[in-house]
Design a protein around this ligand. Sequence first.
Ligand code: B12
Ligand code: SF4
Length: 426
Amino acid sequence: MRYSRSSLNSKIRILFLNPPHPLKDALVSQRQIPISLLSAIKGVAKLSKVEIMILDLTCKNDMKKIDSVLSNFSPILCGITTMTYNYISTVKLINYLKSKHPRLKIIVGGIHANIAKEEIFDTSLADYICIGEGEDVLKEFVLNDLQADGLDGIMSRDEKGNVNFRRTENIDDIPPYELIDINNYRDTFFPLLTQRGCVFKCAFCSMGRNLVRFRTEKSVLEELNYLYRNGIRNIFISDDTFNLNLRRAKSLLEKIIKEYGNYFNLMVNLRGNSIDSELAKLLKSAGCKRAFIGVESGSNKILEIIEKGEKTEEMAAGIKELIKRGIETSCSFIIGLPGETSKTVLETIKYAIKLNPDIAVFNVFIPFPGTPIYEDEKKYGIRIHDKKWYLKGVPEKPIVSTADLNPKEIQHHVAMCYKKFYNRQK
Ligand code: B12
Ligand code: SF4
């Protein structure tokens, strides 16, 4: 982002930061358009009295750059987005900013700020937390001379109290891509969100039980057109479940095919039990290169415990359709969920091999704060050995025991899953 000296005098300058991934070697693989930030600032970016700079530290974790921005750009407000995984990096970043500029006001938003709001002020030096969606409230906060009182959606350190979750009225605006240098991201997949929220309630997930809202087809197509005009071909439809509404998903794909054929290289997250042959065909025609499916387990008993709302047989039918059409299929499993035993792990491996996707990822179960499993270990029959893992970084080893398996055994099972799956006879 460029800035000119002349404009610095009159404007309210705000610096937005995407924190680095806590694991150094994840720097490149995690680089992605900072879509949460670009969404949060849609409103404030329209204000003529505001000057914005975005630094994506997943691109380059460059403290010298921050120093230079602090002295040359002199922001009065800094906004940081945070997830649970990178909360530790966020805390370090805030401490650094405050040590250099104690008077700089800092607002934190994003999924973890909402999940752990009570804790954010205790564990960091942040001044404000955005509760909910940032689009409208951030703009109002700036127009209100950075006063949070009376604003739903912003909690301040001085006046904690109950603040209502804020939802934005309009989810159709295109993210202000002009505020970042998209050339830094040409080798990644550009996120395209066509909807928000999720009706399902998987007990391990931070996103479930959330009001669902769909963008208009017109606005989705406008965003695609913007990306097309800027020479972007790789697009990740990042909706949690693109086929949440099957009819809508098909209609969108038809429009994409009509307009662009298979020009785009699409990636997409799908729900296994809601894929039919028509959807698979349309995805293929629209240029879908890879589909991600959260399968989680090969045991119907575990799927029931985690309230997945779909069965192995149903998912298998959907995944078969994708494979039939030659779409690269990536299935993700979680090992160590409540109810996991050596027997259920074997069921998962057998199931994964039977599905025969191109890619299978076997994740260790890490409980996220705010999710049903994290909040009620007893009900789910597990023990979380380190509940505050996110204050230390990303756990390198499993931190959960089920009734039957300890963390060491879970780790051993994950390794075995990979070995058996990738050594399978095709
Ligand atoms: C795209 C995406 C990614 C992208 C880019 C991430 C990004 N945000 O820039 C990539 C691929 C890098 C990614 C990686 C990961 N992701 Co991800 N990702 C998503 C996804 C699908 C969409 C994010 C998004 O744009 N949402 C839409 C926007 C509008 O919502 P939002 O992010 O909540 O932002 C709004 C508000 O929170 C607020 N806000 C956000 N930031 C700020 C900042 C300020 C200053 C203010 C005022 C307001 C504000 O305003 C925004 C606009 O309304 C979400 C699921 C989801 N639907 O949100 C998962 C999700 C965020 N990811 C998740 C996870 C687990 C991961 C990984 C850990 C996966 C892994 N095992 O590697 C990594 C971690 C990366 C890291 N750096 O730590 C979890 C996070 C759970 C948690 N408690 O933290 C989610 C919720 C998925 C899920 N179903 O559980 N992810
Ligand atoms: S895992 Fe996917 S389907 Fe389940 S609640 Fe989360 S976002 Fe919804």
